[in-house]
Design a protein around this ligand. Sequence first.
Ligand code: BG6
Length: 510
Amino acid sequence: MSSKVSSNPLRDPRDRRLPRLPDASALVVFGATGDLARKKLIPAVYDLANRGLLPPGFVLTGFARREWSDEEFAQFARESAEKGARTPFREEVWARLAGSVRFVQGSFDDDAAFDRLAGLLDELDKSHGIGGNAAFYLSIPPSAFPVVLKQMQRTGLANATDTPGWRRVVIEKPFGHDLASAHELNALVDDVFTPSGVYRIDHYLGKETVQNLFALRFANTLFEPIWNSQFVDSVQITMAEDVGIGTRAGFYDETGAARDVLQNHLLQLLALTAMEEPVSFGPETIRTEKLKVLRAVSLPTDLDRYAVRGQYEQGWLAGARVAGYLDEESIPADSHTETFAAVRFGIETRRWAGVPFYLRTGKRLPRRVTEISIVFKKAPHLPFDKTDTAELGNNQLVIRVQPDEGVTLKFGSKVPGSAMEVRDVAMDFLFGEAFTEALPEAYERLILDVLLGDATLFPNNAEVEESWRIIDPLEEFWARTTPHRYRAGSWGPAAADEMLAADGRRWRRP
Ligand code: BG6
């Protein structure tokens, strides 16, 4: 009998709905005691364990400067999971995971520490059967990437030479700070790891609502025929946060909103909204289509009007007084770093010619909300009295990335009564109501994909470089200007509203 015949005829081995378990492997987190590890990565690992998605031979290894034992790091990891995990904390799940937590103490220039890490992975081959499989998560400041990569090259950590196992590296954004530095970094990473082993994280792609863009656009008949300049007036993509810069003053003041969010999360959302249908659902086909969009993105010639950045001043949020950016701890009093950015982009393709894509992001805005709003053109002719349609706006499709994850369709409806009055109404789809499963965290999905070797939701280096090509001229322009001020708790500087008003449009108030 052929070995291809499945023992269970109901189970198609290609059925991706069945949970897949990664190979036994080690996840090594550099910067294991940092904010990202504590708030996101470790809780995500726990959630995966709780959902039964980690293999029995999984080992979580932390690498950091603190003088900690395995047990101390395990305690830190437990507290992070208890506090940050999405799923309920269960002792039996933790007990299984805790037995496979290791810690390597050292700084990034400490050769001996990296030798110890290499030795540990050899030991884990024997104790946990990881077979040489290891993913290295660089949850560290971008300035430390080169030294860590070189250490991995020196110690052979980047290639499992004596074993058949895989070695992968996960790199957090921002990937470089401009095109030239990203290019250098890409060359360095590709020199150390095989390109297929490099996973550049943009956690927005791990969000269910972002992946739902594929379903919405390419699994339905309804939207695609009107998804073009013939029907679409404009697109608005907003990523607003009510929080300030928290404890990340050093990082943030060097980075600013454009490099922190616009260059990556927002341009990825733009690419997914505007891309053509991929020929299949795989990493190369999707990246190819996203890249084509990014290559076609243009900046307006009039940057003074169409590229607005701002910095928050003190104000009120949720009934509390909050400090201005310049009064935040460790921010220089003369900092020109922006905490808000709004830009009008164009996409020079037949599908999108003439359709403005307005992107904005900011800290200390009234609330945390990310959404993509497709604003349709007005009907070419209205056979009603003008007064009957006075309350009718443009049709809109709003993809609510977070919170209240879902989709809203806004259109006109007759107001009941004897007149033919037409007013805007909304039809709502909410993930929380339509499905019983809670939405997994982006990092759960992405860490699992790294361990499974699935790069579909990770931008490649060409996309990253192309995004810098778009952002660099903006940064150069802004470097010659001072950011506008906006009150904390407001929707950003007046100049951002004026930018849309100049085009006869308004920002949607989410
Ligand atoms: C990160 C940015 O990439 O995304 C942060 O560096 C921002 O500044 C965060 O706060 C927002 O993520 P989310 O998933 O909460 O929208």
